[in-house]
Design a protein around this ligand. Structure first.
Ligand code: GDP
Length: 329
């Protein structure tokens, strides 16, 4: 016990330093979104000395132009107007504080409980957990699966990667490289193979090897959109037959640089595949990160991870609080 405590003490500064580094990188990556969202809010509010109907209208126009989407803008403006009517929201600073609270509340209300990794303490979830990663081509699915693979390996979780995007040769090659680097097992097949058959083999292998988790990369485009949705649906059914309750997570990858298009894509996938969580990629170098709020609010799904670069460490477990702090700091 004594030794354990002193080890924790030793680890603490290192952990703190790592966390501070992550936060700094996230804040830097969110710079353009901060400018586009908080910068514009501050600019418009800065032209008023106290809140009035004109200020409220201008604020509404600014929010609509900042990639938050209509649902989020409505939610914020309803709250701001209610506070204004009650006489408790008087100054531009009050308005900014209310916006910050509302954005935080949106992320918190959809946060949900992250899927428990099997090696974590508490009631052990069934093994293996199956996480399907879905989304349109080019959003960063394969890269994200690679980053997750490295992350889980570093945490000591026994993971198996299933390369079920059998339509894109580069995806299989890319995953093979990431998996090898982190010493993770990979199940793949030939180009054009039936993705459900590859998934079936991967889940059988994972069960035989007592893996904790299976990460499944999927295709982002088939011959038609309805083919893709049918294929994803079939994969879900196959997964459920081999492993009880699978897929335990279906994570949709959305490219933040596509702004409102990302929201439209999310709606399509939501209808067809029962998304349980979001991964928002490419938040570095885009001003459109506000779309993250729009998707979480409209589809009522939690953001699980965010991508802030192409490197292996550029995937951050999402924290609503850190995200809001980075934007409003
Ligand atoms: P997929 O078709 O959805 O599997 O997409 P890929 O994983 O092949 O990624 C498409 C491109 O996006 C690649 O060039 C990746 O390096 C890049 N990418 C993925 N995630 C991020 C990110 O968070 N930030 C940046 N800047 N690029 C990313």
């Amino acid at each position: 016990m004594f030794f354990k405590r002193s080890k924790e003490k030793e680890d603490a500064p290192e952990k703190k330093e790592k966390r501070a580094g992550l936060l700094a990188r996230m804040t830097q990556a969110l710079g353009a979104t901060k400018e586009n969202l908080v910068g514009k809010i501050e600019a418009v509010l800065g032209t008023f000395s106290s809140m009035d109907e004109d200020a409220l209208d201008e604020l509404e126009g600014t929010l609509l132009g900042a990639d938050l989407g209509v649902a989020v803008t409505d939610r914020i403006m309803t709250a701001v107007r209610a506070q204004f009517k009650k006489g408790v929201l008087k100054t531009p600073e009050d308005a900014k504080a209310e916006i910050r609270d509302q954005l935080g509340a949106i992320l918190a209300s959809h946060a949900g409980a992250a899927a428990q990794a099997p090696s974590e303490a508490g009631a052990a979830p069934p093994k293996p957990q199956v996480w399907m990663v879905v989304g349109v081509n080019g959003t960063g699915k394969t890269t994200t699966v690679g980053k997750l693979t490295a992350r889980l390996a570093a945490e000591g979780r026994k993971t198996l990667v299933c390369a079920a995007d059998t339509f894109r040769p580069a995806a299989i090659e890319q995953l093979a490289v990431w998996a090898e680097r982190s010493g993770t097992d990979l199940v793949k097949s030939k180009i054009g193979a039936d993705p459900s058959a590859v998934l079936h083999d991967a889940l059988a292998a994972a069960t035989a090897r007592a893996a904790d988790l299976v990460l499944v990369d999927t295709a982002g485009r088939l011959h038609t959109k309805s083919n893709l949705m049918k294929e994803l649906d079939k994969m879900r059914r196959v997964a459920g037959k081999v492993v009880a309750g699978a897929p335990h997570e279906t994570l949709l990858v959305v490219d933040a640089t596509t702004g409102q298009n990302g929201l439209a894509q999310a709606r399509e996938f939501m209808k067809a595949t029962g998304i349980t969580g979001l991964i928002v990629t490419k938040l570095d170098g885009t001003a459109k990160g506000g779309v993250l709020f729009g998707i979480a609010e409209e589809l009522d799904i939690p953001v699980r991870y965010i991508g802030i670069g192409e490197g292996i460490d550029d995937l951050i477990e999402f924290s609503p609080e850190d995200f809001i702090n980075s934007l409003f700091k």
